[in-house]
Write a protein that binds this ligand. Structure first.
Ligand code: GDP
Ligand code: MG
Length: 437
């Protein structure tokens, strides 16, 4: 399904600490393929991946500390935008508020009418009425009655009335007389888009002027769902979309395309046949679902942790063997920078504050430190005892710093090596735990 495919697409990013431009291109290509496979309209998929690529390169994914996560975030944010950004509710103004269902036969209008009534009923201030306006199939009227009984919501119907417009009006009258402040009108649909159905639903809409005209569509029909939405919207100019049958491993392609094709918000989703299988549509949650976000993020994080742990293990060995050098120091600085500011971190180490008092450690100092270390030869980095006066002078010159600073760094390095030795064997773990609190 789409989740798995996107997960695969993002896999490239998870496995690698470094993302190259080629990786970004590869990943976006895979994401595009996944979207196309999920029935997302070709043009939309192409635009989508172009935007993602642009943002990835623009936001310097390549040099960010956690490129995989940043990439996932960019994809997620774009998916969210594509589906409308914010969640939009339905309007229940008016007494009664009238909600009209439209859509093809089998899309799930009758089921959703029941779900929505049940959903609104649970908000204690709403007292909904269901109105059966499918005048062609008596079984459809019975179906709505069964639904109404299940959820304890009354159903207005009249099998002798074959005019959907007057039926809808009669239903609203009934609601007024009986204190129902919400009326949900279930209508007939056909198996394919046709003029007669369109005229009929448009006539009902014009006659009763509902607060909300909802277009119900079966998300399993993929690209057809998008085409149907387009046809209905041209005639009805509906207010919102209900995506049904989004349960199981239904492809989410329709959700991605519909909003951009008809520019109407998706308001609800149906996720099963039961009356409580209804959810308000949240674009960001849908994006999470499509991305299998939880999984992707935790995998990225785990990969990162493993990397850090391995580094820490290597470091402990070196410390034990007294082989801790400036390359490791540089590495440590980079790790620390990933975690937060130096001062904050040092503040969390018991006793460290005292030990390092007087040493001027601010975050800007990192840059100077790095410059100095970069001016050392590999031999000097792994064996700091080599650093005699003339070498120090050369390093100071090469890095554009003063000898005083080079000396200060050597002192700091010495302090740090000592501290690391002290923290060896469990101390590091404790430090990690403290930082997580
Ligand atoms: P209508 O012709 O538009 O009124 O569609 P119905 O409400 O009668 O639904 C058609 C079929 O789809 C029925 O078998 C429903 O049980 C089923 N259905 C509706 N919504 C959902 C849903 O969200 N998930 C699943 N799995 N089935 C649904
Ligand atoms: Mg029906």
């Amino acid at each position: 399904n789409l989740s798995e495919k996107l997960d695969k697409a993002l896999h490239v990013l998870k496995g690698h600490g470094q993302i190259t431009e080629i990786n970004v291109a590869e990943t976006t290509k895979e994401v595009r393929r996944a979207l196309l496979d999920a029935d997302v309209n070709f043009k939309i998929a192409k635009e989508f991946t172009n935007t993602v690529k642009e943002k990835a390169l623009g936001q310097n994914v390549l040099t960010s500390l956690q490129p995989g996560q940043l990439m996932v975030k960019i994809v997620k944010d774009e998916l969210t935008q594509l589906m409308g950004g914010e969640s939009e509710g339905i309007s229940l103004a008016g007494d009664p508020a009238v909600i009209l269902m439209s859509g093809l036969q089998g899309s799930g209008k009758t089921t959703f009418s029941g779900k929505l009534a049940n959903f609104l009923k649970s908000k204690k201030t709403k007292n909904p009425l269901l109105v059966a306006c499918d005048v062609y199939r008596p079984a459809a009227i019975d179906q709505l009655h069964v639904v109404g009984e299940q959820i304890g919501v009354p159903v207005y119907s009249d099998k002798d009335n074959k005019d959907p417009v007057s039926l809808a009006k009669a239903g609203i009258d009934y609601a007024r007389k009986n204190g129902h402040n919400v009326v949900i009108i279930d209508t007939a649909g056909r198996l394919a888009v046709d003029q007669q159905m369109m005229t009929e639903i448009a006539n009902i809409r014009d006659a009763i002027k509902p607060q909300e005209t909802l277009f119900v569509v079966d998300s399993m029909t993929g690209q057809d769902a998008v085409n149907t939405a387009k046809a209905f919207n041209e005639v009805l100019d509906f207010d919102g979309v209900v995506l049904t049958k989004l349960d199981g491993d239904t492809r989410g392609g329709a959700a991605l395309s519909i909003k951009s094709v008809v520019d109407k918000p998706i308001k609800f989703i149906g996720t099963g046949e039961k009356m409580d299988a209804i959810d308000v549509f949240y674009p960001s949650r849908m994006a999470d679902r499509i991305l299998g976000m939880g999984d992707v993020v935790s995998l990225v994080e785990r990969a990162q942790e493993q990397f850090d742990e391995e580094e820490a293990r290597k470091l402990q060995k070196k410390i034990a063997k007294n082989k801790f050098g400036f390359d490791d120091f540089l590495n440590q600085i980079q790790q620390i920078k990933k975690m937060g500011s130096m001062k904050d971190l040092l503040g969390m180490i018991p006793g460290a504050g005292k030990a390092l008092k007087g040493l001027d450690i601010d975050d800007d100092a990192f840059k100077h430190i790095e410059a100095i270390i970069h001016s050392m030869t590999p031999e000097e980095r792994s064996n700091p005892s080599l650093l005699n006066a003339s070498r120090k002078k050369r390093i100071a010159k090469g890095s554009g710093r003063e000898i005083k600073e080079v000396n200060q760094l050597l002192k700091q390095f010495d302090q740090m090596s000592k501290m690391m030795k002290m923290m060896q064997g469990g101390g590091g773990k404790k430090m990690m735990q403290m930082m997580q609190n």
